[in-house]
Design a protein around this ligand. Structure first.
Ligand SMILES: [Zn+2]
Length: 465
């Protein structure tokens, strides 16, 4: 007996170029996949539907007054840092790395990794992010197991990017190869690629490592058949030079790699990424606040590289995609300002472009284009109902405009991942929030104490209910 869900009467923004926008349409979900998209799938009609449209016996979710969009894809987040949320609201990249590497990361136990990832993944789901890349350092194998378990409990689609310990010996011209435990993790947790969680390697760029290590690590990714996510080319990043050019020299550029930040990547290097089929993840809010440099949104697009969007860390950024889309739209348009103040301002980037970066292009950068990113029959039902009838979002005129320019997470009414309802009527489903809150606050205080950081200025938060 198949399980059917009929999402009825929403304004469906499919992000599929063939299907476009469908006002007042239904989405039929059968056994976790999108079976059909079109008008009146539950009635006698359905003739205009794409895909087989038998909604008999379906549970109905009323989508009237909402915009239905593909779930957002966050292409890079250090998810465990949700336990130190807002620790560094205004910091430089150097201050961030000093605090995290020297104090915070060593204070994390495997259990805190699990809890931090659980909390962070729920934060993402609450905001309509249905797929995330967890860029995850691992002090020990137990830390890695904890991080994976946290993602699994949340029920999010995630690419777990296995990383190395935080110590300085791993990050400055390091001669230490990527931890061998990656092989165990691949065999133990990711024997199948056809599950909600997939695997990648979180690697270090040339400069952070010597050439031989870069070669070893990229070879490991090929041996394991997993993608690579690498922080690349930013101001004050601890590595100088042109890491993309170095990777090119070493023959390591490939379509399995996502380059994070790239604020100082030259035009020639962007062309190299494009030629190799690689993808890029920018974290516009964090890059501006911490000073990584100006995001190169237009430069990437001009070379045919999609600058997908990421949160990076909630020590400094909110955990939602609305903030990133708006920052990217504003920055990308500002890039078109002519040097001459009297010159014409003719920006090309639109709100629809950034919605595509946050959905379709993000999915492609995770190697998941066939599975998620658009509301196309056959793909997993990863979708979000954004309310278009709240005080922030009414009246509904341009549905993509409502989502990109007006909505925030309070307007995220319903979230499905693989057809499973993770948020409904504005509330996370099946989450014991009281228990999670108590555990997170206790962990937060323990981490601060262990890290030798000042306790919370508001005192014992557990007393505030
Ligand atoms: Zn990062």
């Amino acid at each position: 007996m198949s399980r059917k869900l009929l999402i009825r009467g929403g304004h469906v923004v499919t992000m599929d170029p063939q299907l476009g926008d469908l006002p007042g349409a239904d989405v039929l979900v059968v056994d976790g996949r999108i079976a059909a998209v079109g008008p009146d799938l539950g009635g006698s009609g359905g003739a205009d539907a794409t895909g087989p449209a038998d909604a008999t016996g379906a549970e109905v979710i009323d989508a009237t007054g909402t915009v239905v969009v593909p779930g957002f894809v966050d292409t890079h987040r250090h998810t465990y840092q949700s336990l130190v949320r807002a620790l560094l609201p205004s910091c430089t990249l150097g201050e961030f790395m000093g605090t995290i590497f020297n104090s915070v990361a060593p204070a994390f136990t495997p259990e805190f990794m699990r809890l931090g990832n659980h909390l962070g993944a729920l934060d993402a789901l609450d905001a309509g992010i249905t797929t995330m890349v967890d860029w995850s350092p691992s002090e020990t194998p137990d830390h890695a197991d904890g991080a994976i378990e946290g993602l699994r409990r949340a029920g999010i689609r995630a690419m777990y990017a296995h990383g190395m310990p935080a110590g300085g010996q791993w990050w400055y011209r390091s001669e230490l190869n990527h931890p061998d435990d990656a092989r165990r993790i691949r065999a133990e947790h990711f024997a199948s690629d056809d599950q909600l969680l997939t695997m990648a390697l979180a690697l270090r760029q040339p400069g952070n490592v010597v050439d031989a290590v870069a070669v070893n690590d990229w070879n490991l990714s090929r041996e394991l058949g997993v993608r690579v996510s690498v922080h690349t080319a930013m101001r004050s990043g601890g590595a100088t030079g042109s890491p993309v050019r170095e990777l090119h020299r070493l023959g390591l550029l490939g379509n399995n790699t996502t380059y994070i930040h790239c604020t100082t990547t030259s035009a020639a290097e962007i062309a190299m990424i494009a030629d190799s089929g690689g993808s890029v993840s920018i974290a516009p809010y964090v890059e501006l606040v911490m000073g990584h440099g100006l995001p190169q949104i237009t430069a990437m697009l001009d070379h045919g590289v999609a600058p997908t969007l990421s949160i990076d860390t909630v020590t400094t950024s909110p955990g939602d995609m609305f903030t990133q889309m708006r920052a990217a739209l504003a920055l990308g348009r500002a890039e078109a300002l002519p040097a001459d103040p009297e010159g014409a301002f003719t920006p090309q980037l639109t709100h629809r472009d950034v919605l595509r970066l946050a959905t379709v292009d993000g999915a492609a950068a995770c190697g998941l284009a066939a599975r998620t990113g658009t509301l196309t029959p056959g793909k997993a039902a990863d979708l979000v109902l954004v309310r278009a009838d709240t005080i922030r979002t009414l009246p509904l005129r341009d549905p993509a405009g409502i989502v990109v320019s007006c909505a925030d997470r309070a307007d995220v009414d319903t979230v499905l991942v693989g057809g499973v309802v993770r948020k409904r009527a504005g509330q996370l489903v099946g989450v014991d929030l009281d228990r999670l809150r108590a555990e997170a606050l206790a962990a937060h205080e323990a981490i601060l104490a262990s890290a030798g950081l000042q306790p919370s200025p508001v005192g014992d938060l557990r007393g505030t209910g």
